[in-house]
Design a protein around this ligand. Structure first.
Ligand code: BES
Ligand code: MN
Ligand code: ZN
Length: 494
């Protein structure tokens, strides 16, 4: 999809989306105004949030599909609401086979015109996303041409609105990179292939990529990571990505760590079939990290970021690790493995150690599809957070509010740390039936050095959707690329 911006009303498109607030239903065009008055009088269209009504009209001898979209009450309007609702109108336009679409700029004082343009663009581009490369019947579809236009776009602001649309397109692109990586099946996307894809993206977008194979990983002493991958015939890869956009501040480096299980069968603590069929998505953290790297490089943010993915597969075989095994780690801590399906934390333990020891980062954000318990606690809308630093948490919360990717912090009381103490090793990799998301996060905390600011994001519920949602097709969602981008962008402008 290509999104452009026009300052004047362009009448001659195949389709037109007009978004209206329930309390005002305000529109200048006399003809559409008359129609809206008629429809509201007859309770056919009231402008309620998410309401979509379409009809055809004739403009200068051509037939046009007009799609009216309700935005609800203006004072309740959020950027996320705009994205969700606009996606519904866009779906209608697709249904009507509109290939050339004008979207009237949403008019409200609640958000600056650039913020509106950015949110609208992100929604439109993401609504158009689908993963259909393996469908034999997939015929080349025409690219949809979209223009934002309307009287509220005045010429003096045209350039900044165009820039906001560009930013929106870039954000959507970063999110789509993450979605594509997740949606690729595990027979295709195994560690080596992931590493090659990342290398390619690094060349294309402008970040450096280093891939370490099994021997190098052994030399580094990453026993916990290597142990998880032992059951697979696919070699594990440690993927390191570096982007230095702020030369004046070379000491100031943010570390991102993404869980990169290209498949999680559970190992000998084998998953039941119904829980296994989506486990190609267990590299959702890695995918989001890669999408973020591409996005910040493309935007040229003045920040320094190093990202690490410990990519492997959790499988069964004669060489696989077993419940009861005691293993070491790069940090030296010994781990009693009581459940081989709690593998993500083992790979992350070594990945966060590596990034602190070898890449000298002072702050770390890890993102991981880590626990089914996150889905139980917060559902599929909200990412679970643990953090050892209030200020850092406030920053990521603010960033998430900017883009509508919801998150919520869980408590980290000492009682929870008791639950992962082991009788025969330093710690164990499960903490019992309760508070599973917290004990998993606190396991990783054991590998965070004193003085490192740390945020843990459990995206097990949010990185994947089983059913289509507005602007999120079934499959990988690309969460939390947008949040990480907003966080780093805020740093960049300082
Ligand atoms: N990758 C899974 C977590 C997961 C579950 C992600 C559902 C996405 C959707 C993780 O490796 C796992 O298996 N976790 C176990 C931990 C348990 C054994 C302590 C879980 O959640 O059951
Ligand atoms: Mn698992
Ligand atoms: Zn897993």
């Amino acid at each position: 999809m290509k999104v452009s911006v026009k300052s004047k009303k362009c009448k001659e498109s195949e389709g037109l989306i007009v978004s209206l607030f329930e309390d005002s239903l305000e529109i200048k065009n006399p003809e559409i105004k008359k129609m809206v008055e008629y429809l509201s009088k007859n309770e056919k269209f009231l402008g309620k949030s998410g309401e979509v009504y379409n009809y055809t009209r004739e403009v200068e001898g051509k037939i046009q599909d007009v799609i009216l979209l309700g935005l609800g009450k203006e004072d309740k309007c959020t950027l996320e609401g705009i994205k969700v609702n606009l996606s519904k109108a866009y779906k209608k336009a697709k249904e009507l086979k509109v290939n050339d679409l004008v979207v009237r700029m949403i008019v409200t004082d609640k958000f600056d015109v650039c913020e509106r343009a950015k949110a609208m663009t992100v929604s439109l581009v993401l609504s158009d996303y689908k993963f259909d490369k393996y469908k034999s019947s997939n015929k080349e579809e025409k690219e949809v041409l979209v223009s934002l236009s309307g009287c509220s776009i005045d010429n003096s602001k045209l350039d900044s609105i165009k820039e906001a649309v560009k930013e929106g397109e870039n954000i959507a692109e970063g999110i789509i990179i993450a979605r594509d990586l997740v949606n690729e099946p595990a027979n295709v996307m195994y560690p080596e292939v992931l590493a090659n894809s990342v290398t390619k993206l690094g060349q294309e977008y402008g970040f450096q990529v280093e891939v370490l194979g099994k021997e190098k990983i052994e030399e580094l002493g990453m026993e916990a990571f290597l142990t998880v991958g032992k059951g697979s015939i696919r070699e594990p890869k440690l993927i390191v990505m570096r982007y230095f956009g702020d030369d004046s501040n070379k000491e100031n480096v943010t570390g991102l760590v993404g869980k990169g299980l290209t498949f999680d069968a559970g190992g000998y603590s084998l998953k039941p079939t119904a829980s296994m069929d989506t486990m190609k998505s267990d590299m959702g953290g890695a995918a989001a990290v890669v999408g973020t790297m591409a996005l910040i490089a493309k935007r040229g943010l003045k920040v320094n970021v190093v990202s690490v993915v410990a990519a492997c597969e959790n499988m069964i075989s004669g060489g696989a690790y077993k419940p009861g095994d005691i293993i070491g780690s790069m940090q030296g801590t010994t781990i009693e493995v009581l459940n081989t399906d709690a593998e993500g934390r083992l790979t992350l333990a070594d990945a966060v150690t590596y990034i602190q020891e070898k890449e000298n980062v002072k702050e770390v954000i890890d993102l991981a599809t880590l626990t089914g318990a996150a889905l139980v606690a917060l559902g599929d809308t909200t990412t679970a957070i643990l953090s050892n630093n209030d200020k850092f948490f406030n920053e990521i919360e603010e960033a998430s509010l900017k883009c509508g990717e919801k998150l919520w912090r869980l408590p980290a009381f000492d009682e929870y740390r008791e639950l992962i103490k082991s009788d025969i090793a330093d710690i164990k990799n499960i903490g019992g039936r309760y508070a599973g998301t917290i004990t998993a996060g606190l396991f990783i905390e054991k590998f965070i050095k004193e003085g490192t600011s740390w945020i843990h994001m459990d995206i097990a519920g949010t990185a994947w959707t089983d059913s289509p949602k507005p602007y999120k097709a079934k499959g990988g969602t690309g969460i939390p690329v947008n949040t990480l981008y907003e966080l780093l962008k805020k740093r960049s402008s300082k």
